[in-house]
Design a protein around this ligand. Sequence first.
Ligand code: TEU
Length: 525
Amino acid sequence: MDERWWETGVIYEVYPRSFADTDADGIGDLRGVIEHLHYIASLGVDGIWLTPFQPSPGVDQGYDVSDYCDVDPLFGTLADFDELLADAHALDIRVLVDLVPNHTSVDNERFIAAVAAGPGSPERELFHFAQGRDPQTPPNNWLSVFGGPAWSRVAPDSADDTQWYLHLFSPAQPDWNWRNPAVGDYFEGVLRFWLDRGVDGVRVDVAHGLFKTEGLPDSEVVPTVIDGLRSNPLAMDQEPVHDVYRRWRRVAEEYRPPRLLVGEVNLIPARSARYTRADELHQTFAFSFARLGWEPDQWLEVGRELDAVRREYGASPTWALENHDLVRSVTRFGGGERGLARARAGLLSVLGFPGGAYVFQGQELGLPEVDVPLDARKDPMWFRGGVSRDGVRVPMPWTRSTDRHHGFVPEGAVTPPWLPTPDWWGENAVDVQEATDESTLHLFRTAIATRKRLLADGVFAADEGAEWSLADDGLLVCRRDRGAMIAVAMGDNPAVLPEGQVVLASAPQMDGRLPADAAAWIIPD
Ligand code: TEU
């Protein structure tokens, strides 16, 4: 595959904690990924993105990283990671790791040293420490994305140290002060550490964060996570952040082959596209699409917007419908049979629209969101903001049988999985779906294989744009520049397909029509 493989690549997001447990602690680990690499290879994907496995107290399930250049014993060792990388490469699977530069963990040695060094020390300049308006009132009115104030007192009971520290996420995740050049130098080292180890790229967490408006003034808009793409304009998307990605891009290009930088930039297309200018990140996830429900007008609008910014910035869309933060598409699209039919159509959509695509573990099985019992929830966003992401993170069902918690834990394990699985979990298991051509897993594998064939034949190509339309009967059509069409029946009734050869469909046609809630790939005769 060529050096810019990601432009048409499909990447499978692995959330190691919930993938496969081999050491019987109820938590998935790197060896669990190693043991299932053949499964991943069988999907036909080009790479995996591993969410954080670095040392962490685990308050935000690993996104509170305390040591950026090691492996948490919970997940294994650096030697396990090297083995995973070598085995993946042997199977032609590329590996991306997650880099979390906006914030760290209160357990990071630099933060511990900063707290100990006291107000006014150079150690505190690595973070955002500030005096409150008074001992009970934080320095400004910003809210944390997870709910509640974005500031906590360093030592709530101390009369000497009355400073607060900024955390856009949980209080366990202090934000770095990127205006201090030492932070930029430090992260270049972290980036090189993983690239030198041989990883094929990094996914950058909250990539539009990092820099805050100088002086940290009050903001008129202090939205929380429920506001989706809206974010505190003073805390995110600040101009100097682009220099960070220019610097990282130069680093990525030093390697052979060049490494991939993909950013989690949760902004509207016109803003996120600026992060993929020619000398910055290679990709940003198309969040404005990823968050949509089954809403044809919005698919049309967002599809057109993404195409417009592609033309303006050369920012080819990077499609996704699911990740470890979003509600499963089956559930978001209405749940039950209908939600599943739509999620299958959604899968064909993201794999058919021009650009790269990311899928989340379990999406290939059409897993629905789980309503995790209140007393079993672990997400800090649930405790602070009342929104739980636990339901998308329930461990993978490998087998129908409930033995070994559907194959998630090893033989003889007594510790249950870190999140409980519901009674019906086995219905969606991998072994059930391997046994039938009707399954979502089968559809997924077929779609990837078809995509590869169409790419090889030049029917699909990198750098293609698309024209988007929506017919009165609810048929959404994304017509790729070279003529192939991705049609999605989003109305209430079966829809008449455009002329051409149907090479793939998520449901059988009825009297030459595509049933509602289905998608098809059509190539012109
Ligand atoms: O997510 C960043 C982020 O903005 C999330 O709060 C997102 O908007 C929300 O989860 C959507 O429902 C990243 C990680 O993907 C997430 O898991 C972490 O909790 C967060 O950063 C903090 O590191």
